[in-house]
Design a protein around this ligand. Structure first.
Ligand SMILES: *[C@@H]1O[C@H](CO)[C@@H](O)[C@H](O)[C@H]1NC(C)=O
Ligand SMILES: *[C@@H]1O[C@H](CO)[C@@H](O)[C@H](O)[C@H]1NC(C)=O
Length: 240
């Protein structure tokens, strides 16, 4: 009987180790490297700080149009940054910010605020969000899950020398983070293009069908540097 009990204990101990191994999460302190394929993975930002962030390397340095798509999940009920692109001339050169209080989103283009209202935002659920800006017309548009917004005017000066940060809102180029604007949750599938995607291409992204990968940021070949307590986890954990 005693032997049986010990065996059972050893077995459950092993299972715990196996489970821990299966979680396969890697603490990223300061690892910069060649492009990584992050298919099936998510960045988890597990706490509210102003010190944790992921900096992404853009392969294009100057833009007259932008599309950004990403997926996220959070339970934050305050406003928070999903994607922060700053330049030497504008801290909010291209930013997507969630404002759950108003069921809305804010997109900044060259510091100009464009608000989108009345979208069907729910916490604790994976969402996809895409935003396009076209410098010729100056128009911004947002796609949230399967909903799309009207086009709104943001103006048209170009964006160049970007610093792109996930997890924090840049109040100056590459810094001046505030914990109360930080992102707490999971982010995945970040792609960026230097042109506007068509509504059909965006629908393909939302539906997880074949779509042309980002030519500025590509989740399947992402060059990034993570700082602070941010984890690269298997998306299986999120069961989605
Ligand atoms: C990525 O960005 C960092 C910081 O700006 C820079 O030092 C590094 O050279 C960049 N890597 C590439 C391949 O551009
Ligand atoms: C974080 O916040 C502290 C206190 O407000 C500030 O001094 C510090 O510069 C901030 N850190 C960053 C990286 O912005």
């Amino acid at each position: 009987m005693a032997v049986f009990l010990i065996k059972t204990e050893r077995f459950s101990l092993l299972t715990v180790y196996q489970m821990a191994f299966l979680l396969l999460f890697v603490m990223l302190t300061a690892c910069a490297a060649s492009p990584q394929d992050l298919s099936g993975q998510v960045f988890t930002f597990p706490e509210e700080t102003n010190t944790t962030y992921v900096r992404l390397n853009a392969s294009v340095q100057s833009f007259s149009a932008v599309t950004v798509c990403l997926r996220f999940i959070t339970d934050l009920s305050r406003s928070h940054s999903l994607f922060s692109l700053a330049t030497p001339s504008a801290a909010n050169a291209f930013q997507i910010r969630t404002d759950p209080v108003s069921s809305g989103f804010i997109v900044f283009v060259n510091n100009r605020v464009v608000r989108f209202w009345g979208l069907n935002y729910t916490p604790n659920r994976w969402h996809s969000i895409c935003s396009t800006w076209d410098g010729d017309s100056g128009l911004v548009r947002l796609w949230f899950d399967s909903e799309s917004t009207v086009s709104k005017f943001a103006g048209g000066t170009g964006i160049s020398e970007p610093v792109i940060i996930l997890g924090q809102d840049q109040d100056s180029l590459g810094g001046r983070f505030q914990a109360r604007q930080s992102f707490v949750g999971m982010l995945s599938n970040v792609h960026m293009w230097d042109y506007t995607l068509s509504a059909c291409e965006i629908q393909n992204y939302v539906d997880d069908l074949n779509f042309g990968l980002g030519n500025v940021l590509n989740w399947r070949a992402l060059e990034f540097k993570a700082t602070g307590r941010v984890l690269l986890e298997d998306k299986m954990l999120a069961c989605h």
